[in-house]
Design a protein around this ligand. Structure first.
Ligand code: NAP
Length: 303
């Protein structure tokens, strides 16, 4: 089976690597640029122009499944081309919270709702699924998400989400709108890639597939970070949805808006879902990494 992975962000490359290393499927990496590094590692790559439907159609010829990490109008064009090329299945760039809880056209949307609507309209020709994994562990990486070649167009620096593990400060959306403790699910990108690749062998894809490394309250997350770093976060600014909505209304800085909107989404439970998650139950042989292990290992060399 020929599987196209669109984009060369850290997640796309982990998925491509897993397909290449652990399956007999053929993987094709779609990128706007030549990728000599990937080609030299044996990957088949195709340069594409998202502005040209013939370029997209040419790239998707003979492709069974597309895994997209590309957002915005580029992804909408990729979906159109996939339908024209009779691609069987398409996984859009989701890999975060439950789609039903996302706000269309919000600062976090990046035309993902438009992509879902388009995919729904083509459901009789092409299956699609949203991989729902919650927050990537890598948001807490040394150097932030950006150090993992992901999130170039969002607030993705070190300390941009909840906790600054270098300076041990935190801004934590711990309460939901009912003043109860908010919860979230988190997964390492490596485990996301493992589940995505497992799902390639499923005969049919449901419209959503959840997978999870760990589920916890934001309050427990703050405690866990302190344990892994050997000292507590201090100070911690506790946040709730109404405070966050107010902050959002008075901020004009786009990076700040994204940070606040992501905290608001967390407080509202957008990254929370029932566990054991769907793919964890389907593939109990996939052993996920704990956040405790990941954080301790990742920050071991940083005092
Ligand atoms: N759960 C989480 O915590 C979390 C956090 C961040 C992201 N995500 C998810 O991860 C996926 C990737 O996110 P991302 O923020 O890295 O997406 P992105 O900035 O849109 O980049 C993804 C890929 O899109 C391609 N691309 C196509 N047109 C582009 C353009 N005009 N500008 C920049 N890149 C373009 C790039 O590949 P080429 O340059 O090779 O063409 C790039 O590797 C999404 O599904 C997102 O929802 C999840």
């Amino acid at each position: 089976m020929r599987v196209a992975v669109a984009g060369t962000c850290g997640l796309a490359l982990l998925i491509a690597q897993q397909i290449q290393d652990s399956t007999s499927h053929q993987v094709l990496v779609l990128s706007r640029f030549n990728q000599p590094n990937l080609t030299s590692q044996g990957y088949q790559c195709q340069v594409i122009d998202y502005g040209s439907s013939s370029s997209l159609r040419h790239a998707l010829m003979g492709v069974d499944t597309v895994i997209s990490t590309v957002t915005g109008s580029a992804q909408l064009r990729l979906i159109d081309a996939a339908v024209q090329c009779r691609v069987r299945r398409f996984a859009p760039a989701e890999f975060e919270g439950r789609p039903g809880l996302q706000t269309p056209n919000s600062i976090l949307d990046r035309k993902k709702s438009a992509a879902r609507t388009l995919l729904r309209s083509h459901a009789s020709y092409m299956q699609s699924t949203a991989f729902v994994c919650g927050i990537f562990y890598e948001r807490f990486a040394v150097g932030g998400l950006r150090a993992h070649q992901i999130g170039a167009r969002i607030a993705s620096g070190e300390g941009d989400y909840i906790a600054d593990l270098r300076n041990m400060t935190a801004v934590a959306p711990i309460y939901d709108s009912a003043d109860a403790l908010s919860s979230l699910c988190l997964t390492s990108m490596h485990d996301v890639a493992k589940f995505v690749v497992k799902s390639l062998d499923m005969a049919n894809w449901p419209s959503e597939m959840s997978l999870c490394g760990e589920r916890m309250t934001v309050h427990s997350l703050i405690t866990l970070i302190g344990t892994c770093r050997g000292r507590p976060l201090n100070p911690v600014e506790w946040q709730n949805p109404s405070g966050l909505q107010y902050q959002l209304s008075i901020t004009s800085n786009p990076t700040q808006q994204q940070r606040i909107a992501t905290h608001l989404a967390t407080a509202e439970g957008r990254y929370d879902f029932a566990t054991p998650a769907y793919l964890n139950s389907m593939y109990p042989d996939v052993v996920v990494m704990s956040l405790h292990h990941w954080l301790t290992h990742t920050w071991a060399a940083v005092p």
